[in-house]
Design a protein around this ligand. Structure first.
Ligand code: DC
Length: 232
């Protein structure tokens, strides 16, 4: 059995986190939600009222080295020791600013070092926008997830509802589309499918179906002998 790394990229609200979390649990691997790290830095800059159009101000704030860690078990994000999971998911100001913050080279460089430290461990499922292209270009399995905009709005709306927030579907739709546009067109590490990534449309898959499909791709890479009965 080999420990492999799995990179999952795709548009906002396609269910990348759910799939990555389920895969990591099924394989007993580490799950890394890189979008949570970008949200955490966005919250950090918003709380400090840093002008994100001012590169020097952003670099000065990052020189304080805000620490981003994930709790074992529930994976909640901690920002310099404080749990911020509710704030990074439920605060619309974070959702509206995160793509602008993620376009800043100083922020990407800061987080890349931390993300690469996970990669070295092997047995990592990391999801985001540039995981297959920049952070884990050597990952053994790369998935690029898509889903229809209607399905993505529905999933995000349910997720917010479960967090006790009710956000108008139109606002969710425009936030998702605007973030996709910014993430895919920025100069630094834009969202795109790695050449060797498998495109996976999750629109008509439920959660267990999505996990089974991904496991069917991962297992032969982890245990090549499992394929022998089929190819002998
Ligand atoms: O996955 P998410 O929606 O929580 O990500 C929030 C934002 O962070 C997303 O709009 C783009 C940015 N992001 C990024 O630029 N690179 C990543 N690897 C992950 C997220």
């Amino acid at each position: 059995m080999t420990r492999i790394n799995i990179a999952i990229d795709g548009y906002a609200g396609c269910g990348k986190s759910t799939l990555a979390k389920d895969l990591a649990k099924a394989l007993n691997y580490i799950f890394v939600d890189s979008g949570a790290m970008y949200r955490g830095i966005t919250l950090f800059l918003l709380e400090k009222a840093v002008d994100i159009s001012n590169g020097e101000a952003v670099a000065a704030a990052l020189s304080e080295r805000p620490e981003l860690t994930f709790a074992k078990g529930n994976n909640h994000l901690f920002l310099s020791g404080r749990e911020v999971e509710g704030l990074i998911r439920g605060d619309q100001a974070v959702a509206n600013k995160v793509s602008d913050v993620a376009a800043l080279p100083a922020v990407r460089d800061y987080l890349k070092v931390q993300q690469e430290a996970f990669v070295a461990q092997k047995g990592v499922v990391m999801e985001g926008r540039d995981i297959g292209t920049v952070i884990m270009p050597a990952a053994e399995l790369k998935l690029f997830i898509t889903a229809s905009i209607e399905e993505r709005v529905k999933r995000r709306s349910n997720d917010l509802f479960e967090r006790g927030k009710s956000v108008d579907d139109e606002a969710i739709r425009s936030n998702l589309q605007e973030r996709d546009r910014k993430d895919a067109t920025r100069a630094e590490a834009p969202l795109r499918k790695a050449e060797d990534a498998v495109a996976f449309d999750s629109t008509h898959f439920d959660r267990p179906g999505q996990l089974s499909a991904a496991l069917a791709m991962a297992r032969p890479l982890i245990d090549p002998e499992a394929l022998l009965p089929f190819i002998q």
